[in-house]
Ligand binder design. Structure first.
Ligand SMILES: NC(=O)c1ccc[n+]([C@@H]2O[C@H](COP(=O)([O-])OP(=O)(O)OC[C@H]3O[C@@H](n4cnc5c(N)ncnc54)[C@H](OP(=O)(O)O)[C@@H]3O)[C@@H](O)[C@H]2O)c1
Length: 224
């Protein structure tokens, strides 16, 4: 399987390392992708900042190549699913490609329903990332809030070279519950993105359209 990568920075660089001889093309701001070159790949993985997505979106869409997007801080158009279906291809959009996030998602959903028995609980989500991260709060913190489905306060900090720490804290007057995830190495995201790109191309019963990482993960588990 040949996979192209758009964005050769901190995270895209890890994908390129992992792909080795399975890399089709690597693109960055000074060497942008073309439809023709993208078509030489079975899938494409994209780790560019959110503000670069707008100009890349039409090129990736027109190539028709299945795409795994890791970019955060971009507001995707409401009709994206239709656009991807019309292009007869499959995309995954993931704010966090850590495979462990799928365990966290289940844990947060259990916490959410269980918290209903607590006396006046408050919910806080705190995320810490490196100082170069452009968007705040992180896309992952927003996913956690969505999975929790409670009125949670979300706070952010930017420190040194932190790969990503997320903490959910539930407090009452008499107890504190905490759930914490820390990304120790960016290769974690690269592994998840390559896994997702492979699933997009391998799974023949996955129809055209846009998927979340959670949907792709659940679909794969069911197919087993
Ligand atoms: N989903 C996840 O699991 C996950 C994990 C980590 C990060 N992220 C997200 O991924 C994005 C990238 O993060 P990063 O830390 O890897 O960033 P980074 O180190 O700054 O790298 C960004 C890369 O994007 C390239 N780029 C920028 N504009 C471009 C354009 N118009 N066309 C082609 N390439 C372009 C840059 O090219 P030049 O080098 O030529 O400037 C650079 O190679 C961020 O949105 C971040 O939040 C997501």
């Amino acid at each position: 399987m040949k996979i192209s990568v758009i964005g050769t920075g901190k995270t895209g660089g890890k994908v390129i390392e992992l792909l080795g001889s399975n890399l089709a093309h690597a693109f960055d701001a000074s060497n942008p992708p073309t439809i023709e070159k993208l078509k030489e790949s079975d899938a494409v993985i994209i780790f560019v900042p959110g503000d670069a997505v707008e100009e890349l979106l039409p090129v990736v869409l027109k190539s028709g190549v299945p795409a795994a997007w890791g970019s955060t801080g971009y507001e995707w158009p409401d009709n994206l699913d239709k656009q991807v279906k019309d292009a007869h291809t499959k995309w995954i959009l993931a704010s966090n490609f850590s495979l462990g996030m799928n365990i966290i998602r289940n844990a947060i959903q259990v916490i959410s329903s269980g918290a209903d028995i607590l006396q006046k609980p408050s919910f806080e989500i705190h995320e810490v990332h490196h100082i170069h991260k452009k968007d705040a709060p992180s896309g992952t913190a927003l996913s956690w809030k969505e999975w929790l489905a409670k009125d949670a306060e979300v706070t952010s900090a930017r420190e040194g070279d932190v790969n990503g720490i997320h903490e959910l804290t539930i407090k009452t007057e008499t107890e504190v519950i905490q759930l914490r995830h820390e990304a120790l190495d960016r290769s974690l995201f690269a592994e998840g993105a390559v896994w997702a790109a492979e699933q997009l191309t391998k799974q023949e019963n996955l129809s055209s359209g846009v998927y979340t990482f959670a949907e792709l993960f659940d679909h794969t588990m069911k197919a087993k």
